[in-house]
Design a protein around this ligand. Sequence first.
Ligand code: AMP
Ligand code: MG
Length: 366
Amino acid sequence: MLDLWRGRWYKRAMQRETEIIQINAIEPEPAIIERAARLLCAGEMVVFPTETVYGLGANALDARASERIFAAKERPFSDPLISHIADESELELLVGEASEAAQKLAHAFWPGPLTLILPAGPRVPGLITAGLPSVAVRMPRHPVALALIRAAGFPIAAPSANRFMHVSPTTAQHAYTDLRGRVPLILDGGPCAVGVESTILDLCAAVPTILRPGGISLEELRSVLPETRPPAPRKARFEHEAQKAPGQMLIHYAPATPAFLFEGTPAAMRAAMLAEVVRRQQQGERVGVLVADEDIATFHESGACVYSLGSTPEQIATRLFAGLRVLEESGAQIILCRNFEERGLGMAIRDRLLKATGGRVIRVDG
Ligand code: AMP
Ligand code: MG
């Protein structure tokens, strides 16, 4: 199916100017929102900021508009899209029925980085759900996203605004790098505050189950729905069976450069990573390391290209995708990443690191 997009029709359809417009992330200028909404109403795509990552949006109720998203991203139709709403009343357009659990969660976490998998209503095009009987819905917290959805007057289907299999974009520039010439408009509202995608919670399962860890932690979900299950063990994600959350393929978010994830105590990780930097540099390789502030001194004079994610889980999540892109563009032939504690936001951070490294983990003992 991907080959179809690489054909001549696709190339012609995709050659277009891409305009980037700066927009106020706190009080979006109505004239700019108006312009973007007009494009959406005409069945076009618009890239816009959300609090998680930048989204590539189109009318969720219009199959032809949403089809463009798959073409622009080179995304297979088997990977369903998340629909974004600005008001709980819009749920009716997408969902068969919102259970009590859904209402409780929406009340607690919307607007915010939580996507709920709910039974799809009759108006939802099969293209959005990849033919599944369920639909993914989220109310983002970003003022630009909310204003755009309101101005458009319909839910907006929006996956991350990157090419399929690449790192998600947390700045307008990232989206431009991936989608230049493929979308007419990118709204630049600055860097995304959360930096990792939404948590996807399956409310169609017998027990509410996290399909993808993200901006709302397991602990937070359990404070509202104590029975919430963590994601299934990661091994299953290598399988290409009919997927409920296809974004879970391990290589989904990988940078172009091969990467490894080191696991162990911080001191053991630092020592092993430094040894690997030295070994590879002796072979003439250029090495990038993705670390935290506490590790910077270790690599200071190592000759490696160092990107620090900061120190708190919030900072680390915010900078993670930018760090992967910077190291990818640094010319490094290999990226070595350190691991972080899996509590709270840490579960999403580890999940994205595993995806970025394709599951290549090096365990080191203290
Ligand atoms: P993104 O990769 O950012 O485009 O996020 C979209 C992801 O949402 C998909 O890859 C799936 O993992 C998930 N998703 C969307 N719709 C559904 C659905 N109906 N059931 C389960 N997961 C879904
Ligand atoms: Mg994505």
